[in-house]
Design a protein around this ligand. Structure first.
Ligand code: ADP
Ligand code: MG
Length: 488
């Protein structure tokens, strides 16, 4: 790319760009409901950047290339159950109301020590930052449940390509400001839908249902980000001819019935091939026994779960920490080239237990200087739970020592920062943003015999957080979605 990363536009041209961006977003469903929305037709554009954000091509390609090996590692973590079960038991003891309860639900779902449906579907997202010193990708976390923005990410790439092709980024003429191939668009929506379709097909092969089957989509009530979900639904129907039925987590038990281990939607008696959770990742979503009942009910059927409880639990940060140990990683992958690719993405992550490494980490975490290099993470998902830098010693002081081993201590990545313009609720904000690259992957595998039926990368998402916040929840309002413009 020969141009500087961001075009400079006159006020008039910038206004035209903003108008084009907002109308493309509303016209193409790059949308979200505003916070506390009451009316179903009052949509807003999803927070996006005006311009794609520069990212080194090598780093981007490395992240894309390592997704399949990572899918395989996590599938194998679930397959080789005993190791995972041992890790989860320790975590469950510290967190009985969630991790413990989830594990307990898994155990209750087993029949003669085996899951009723051993086939499991993972729609994963691996999050990275590009480290400023080395220009290489470093892993933040591996998400195994409720991955967001697979539906919107392709749209952001299409939006920026449209603005470029129509010449909105050119201040004088209507030329393309960016070379065509520097703003990649990958079909994440269709690829996630393909994962669900593959699971639906596998269900058909295994259980020979009499009629057409449906995917049961378990969502949160009043979901602001429902368009992200709807795009996956539309792709599933249009590309693969598979219907999807939405229920809230709270309705899962009441709106389904089970006959001969098969799960049905009560109202239509459609047979459910896949239960796809876009809820249920943290304790706050299990507001009552009804949600736990729904989870157990689904788990005890032949429907393929996305994710199964064990697959969800494999996303624990403790598992991520353990996998940075080469001896442990070697249990789950044997291809040396793949191991090298995977390891290059790791920063140091330490246990907080009483092992040798753990004792060292405890020292660093309490030291007012050393702690500045780290983030302390509990076993929770969804943002807002981590403790950063100078807050770590104070936090640990109040935490009983027996609880420390439920945490991990992770080196902070120093991510690239860029100025960019962000549109939220039609207003343009000038922000310095940190980029987080999320790579999607889909894997369909058999928890019992180790067969992997489908293992693919599924596109990417660029999520930005404003440099003023430690965490970047887009739906929570302090981040936005974006796409990359690849640089040499
Ligand atoms: P959660 O499960 O809550 O999403 P994450 O591990 O993804 O937890 O951390 C939340 C956010 O904190 C990340 O999206 C990232 O912005 C920031 N973060 C996490 N780990 C690191 C790290 N090692 N270095 C820098 N920032 C980090
Ligand atoms: Mg995260």
């Amino acid at each position: 790319m020969t141009n500087p990363p961001f075009p400079t536009l006159s006020q008039q041209n910038r206004d035209l760009l903003v108008e084009a961006l907002l109308q493309w977003s509303l016209g193409n469903g790059l949308t979200m409901y505003p916070p506390g929305y009451e009316s179903l037709h009052a949509v807003a554009n999803a927070p996006v950047t005006l311009f794609p954000t520069p990212m080194p091509k090598l780093a981007f390609n490395a992240a894309i290339a390592v997704q399949q090996p990572f899918n395989q590692v996590y599938a194998n973590v679930v397959l080789k159950k005993q190791w995972l079960v041992d890790v989860i038991k320790v975590l469950g003891a510290h967190d009985p109301e969630f991790t413990g309860r989830l594990f307990d639900t898994y155990q209750k779902s087993l029949v003669d020590g085996k899951p009723v449906q051993p086939v499991s579907l993972g729609l994963f997202r691996l999050d990275y930052m590009v480290d400023t010193e080395t220009n290489s990708i470093k892993q933040i976390e591996f998400n195994t449940v409720l991955v967001l923005f697979g539906g919107l990410s392709t749209k952001v790439g299409q939006l920026h390509n449209y603005l470029n092709s129509q010449g909105f980024y050119d201040d004088n003429y209507s030329y393309e400001y960016y070379d065509k191939d520097v703003i990649p668009v990958l079909p994440s929506t269709v690829e996630l839908a393909r994962g669900l379709a593959k699971a639906n097909e596998k269900y058909g092969e295994l259980t020979k249902p009499d009629n057409e089957t449906v995917v049961l989509f378990v969502v949160q009530p009043n979901e602001r980000n429902c368009f992200d979900q709807r795009h996956v639904e539309y792709a599933l129907l249009n590309e693969f001819g598979v219907k999807l039925v939405r229920v809230t987590f709270n309705e899962l038990a009441a709106k389904t019935s089970v006959r001969e281990d098969r799960l049905y939607v009560k109202l239509t008696m459609d047979q459910v091939s896949v239960v796809y959770y876009r809820s249920g990742y943290g304790p706050e979503e299990y507001g009552s026994e009804i949600e736990w009942e729904g989870r157990l009910k689904a788990e005890k059927t032949l429907a393929i779960k996305c994710p199964s409880i064990l697959t969800q639990l494999s996303g624990a940060k403790k598992v991520q920490q353990e996998l940075t140990n080469p001896e442990i990683l070697a249990k789950f992958i044997d291809d040396s080239e793949a191991i090298e690719k995977v390891q290059l993405t790791f920063v140091n992550i330490y246990p907080m237990d009483d092992s040798e490494a753990g004792l060292k980490a405890r020292e660093w975490a309490q030291d007012p200087q050393q702690c500045l290099k780290f983030v302390l993470k509990p076993q929770r998902e969804g943002g807002g739970n981590n403790v950063y830098k100078e807050d770590i010693p104070k936090f640990l002081e109040k935490l009983p020592k027996e609880e420390w081993e439920a945490y991990i201590l992770m080196e902070l990545i120093n991510p690239q920062q860029h100025p960019n313009l962000v549109i939220r609720n039609s207003e343009v904000f000038s922000e310095t943003i940190l980029l987080e690259l999320g790579i999607f992957g889909t894997v369909l595998f058999n928890e019992d015999d180790g067969d992997i039926y489908h293992n693919e990368g599924a596109g990417f998402l660029l999520r930005l957080k404003f440099s003023s916040s430690n965490e970047g929840g887009v739906a929570a309002g302090f981040g936005c979605v974006d796409t990359v413009c690849l640089t040499e």
